[in-house]
Ligand binder design. Structure first.
Ligand code: ZN
Length: 620
């Protein structure tokens, strides 16, 4: 006999051999024992989980010529040896007709079938029709079939196997017994693979078989066909094929999940550079971005399930080692973070299908994981402000910064009230014990704090020239991070701080930065020194108060005992050519035309957005 693929060679011949569908086989065996046979069965579920296999076993059991209860056939399981059983197994039984509905789906084929069904079986007890992919049958053809199911001849049994039971008309479904098949469990597939490896005399590493079982993803047939492929390409040792983990990974183009564990550790630690380096190694080794994204989705999904259900959850269909790994990774994140990470990687995976520069999209996707992690506290903060409760930074009874959304309005207020303190009653603050590390330092835990400085306004507007800080992103954890020098600020005079910083800048040779800051509106917060500079765009501001100048400022602030967090942002006023602060566009200017353009207005409406700046590129 020629080579037979494993899935066929080891196709179960008895109900009790079918893995993972006990709920179906138990019911069918009972029905057979009681001789309660329906005229229509629907077997539904994913591909490769035993639907047609069970249909064939049922056909054998129905037509088996050996009496149930006899010595050769003590149970309703088919005897497997009589003519009927062996013919059905070989696929040449006259009374068992298998039809692939994917190709024979039309009205003519079904009419033919219906007419033939009227005649008695040629030899055996039942005339059995097994319709594979039954959902593909056309509506007209189903109607033709319905007539037979409404008044079925006593000898006819229809068995429909389908992956999409919802696409079978209700009129048909209601006349059939419906069995919904389960995905085969990882352990069941693994046990079957182990058994087959033994039978086939294949030396297989446990982890290699686990990989195959996992790749099957609930489908026994898929797992077996990958195993076929793996055995065919396996090296021989003592004339026995040897399946190694390495080889299977290569075959499937998959990377060890330790890789994803490491990648996510880098994400949890916020380390962009190592993340990109690891990704680079993988891509250089020839792994496609699409396949990496797909595997990462899978890994994150397992991590999420481990987070939700713990190591032993049924939701994880992976080996013990992999379970432990998923749990380790789950410990690095909150449930929300994993969910968000999964969402980001899923979206990246979707995007990759349509993109040219796949590598860049994957890199961007992974970097987003890190950025999203940083942004979370801000989201929470803003939503808590919007909801009328205060920021979570402060413990009860002490003061915390009141945070307002980053709107130009708040910047404007800052400009009009230089150095203005706004006291807020402590009742606005509420305890939030589970603060994240980046946000959790108490703003003003010092008991010496007076009511005068209790709750200064803190607008998270951009800290433009900070080293390593992108001015394009106004919101970062950094802008809200709380400095310990808070209390000292109370004794400082904002005017003298301004004078000393400006003169330090002048001495250090930063004349234009000094000039700009002298004209700015200064505010001394418990946690930061804020300057809002009128009449300048953000880009110009960043160029002028550059990193070197900011270093001078911070050194001076430290010397003075002021908070060293220094935040400078554009304030109200006319902007230099090319960069306009939105609300102040000059009449008749391009900026005004843009602001009043219906498209822009509509976009503002839709997104409830505001225009920050309008750049006229022609004036570059
Ligand atoms: Zn038999």
């Amino acid at each position: 006999m020629g080579y037979q693929v494993l899935a066929r060679k080891y196709r179960p011949q008895r109900f009790s051999d079918v893995a993972g569908q006990d709920h179906v086989t138990r019911t069918l065996l009972n029905a057979l024992a009681q001789n309660r046979i329906a005229h229509g069965y629907i077997f539904s579920g994913h591909r490769g989980i035993g639907k047609t296999t069970i249909a064939r076993i049922l056909a054998q059991a129905l037509n088996c010529r050996t009496e149930i209860g006899s010595a050769q056939r003590p149970t309703p399981e088919p005897c497997g040896t009589c003519d009927a059983c062996s013919e059905i197994r070989q696929g040449n039984a006259v009374d068992v007709i298998e039809i692939d509905a994917a190709t024979n789906r039309g009205i003519d084929e079904i009419r033919e079938l219906r007419d033939a069904a009227r005649y008695s079986p040629a030899r055996d007890r039942y005339k059995i029709y097994i319709l594979d992919e039954a959902h593909q049958i056309t509506e007209a053809a189903f109607n033709a079939l319905l007539k037979t199911l409404e008044e079925p001849p006593a000898h006819v049994v229809f068995m429909m196997a389908t992956t999409e039971p919802e696409n079978i008309p209700q009129t048909i479904r209601s006349r059939c017994q419906h069995f919904s098949f389960h995905a085969v469990k990882f352990d069941d597939i693994l046990a079957q693979l182990k058994m087959i490896a033994g039978e086939e005399k294949v030396d297989a590493e446990d982890e290699a078989l686990a990989l195959l079982a996992e790749a099957g993803d609930g489908s026994m047939r898929d797992a077996l066909s990958i195993m076929d492929q793996a055995i065919a390409s396996a090296p021989l040792e003592d004339k026995r094929p040897r399946l190694s983990t390495e080889q299977i990974r290569e075959l499937m183009g998959s990377v060890p999940s330790t890789v994803f564990e490491r990648l996510l550790e880098a994400v949890a630690a916020g380390q962009s550079a190592p993340l990109m380096e690891q990704l680079n190694v993988l891509l250089n080794a020839g792994h496609s971005p699409l396949s990496l994204a797909r595997q990462m989705v899978r890994y994150l999904r397992n991590t999420l399930m481990a987070k939700l259900g713990g190591e032993q959850t049924e939701l994880l269909q992976i080996s013990t080692d992999e379970r432990a790994r998923a749990v380790r990774t789950a410990l690095l994140f909150t449930e929300e973070e994993i969910t968000r990470n999964l969402q980001i990687v899923l979206r990246t995976f979707d995007d990759l299908n349509y993109r040219q520069e796949q590598r860049f999209h994957l890199e961007l996707g992974l970097l987003k994981l890190i950025h999203a992690q940083r942004l979370l506290p801000m989201e929470e903060l803003l939503s808590s402000v919007a909801g009328g409760t205060s920021a979570r930074t402060a413990p009860a009874g002490t003061a915390g910064p009141r945070v307002s959304p980053p709107t130009p309005a708040s910047t404007g207020t800052a400009a009009r009230e230089p150095g203005g303190w706004s006291a807020t009653p402590p009742s606005r603050t509420a305890p939030k014990p589970e603060s994240r590390p980046t946000m959790s330092r108490p703003a003003a835990a010092e008991p010496a704090m007076t009511a005068r400085v209790a709750a200064p306004e803190l607008s998270p507007f951009p800290a433009a020239p900070a080293a390593g800080f992108k001015p394009a992103e106004p919101i970062t954890e950094g802008a809200l991070a709380v400095a310990p020098e808070a209390a000292a600020a109370a004794e400082l005079n904002v005017e003298s701080v301004r004078e000393q910083v400006v003169s330090a800048l002048g001495e250090a040779g930063h004349a234009s930065a000094a000039q700009l800051l002298r004209n700015g509106a200064w505010r001394l917060e418990t946690t930061a020194v804020q300057v809002s500079v009128p009449g300048i765009g953000k880009k110009m501001l960043v160029l002028t108060v550059n990193a070197a100048a900011e270093k001078v400022v911070r050194q001076e602030l430290q010397r003075l005992g002021a908070p060293t967090r220094f935040v400078v942002a554009p304030g109200e006023g006319a902007a230099p050519a090319g960069v306009a602060a939105a609300p102040a566009a000059a009449a008749g200017s391009v900026q005004e035309a843009a602001l009043n353009h219906p498209l822009v207005k509509r976009a503002q409406e839709i997104f409830k957005a505001e225009v920050r700046s309008i750049v006229d590129l022609r004036q570059k």
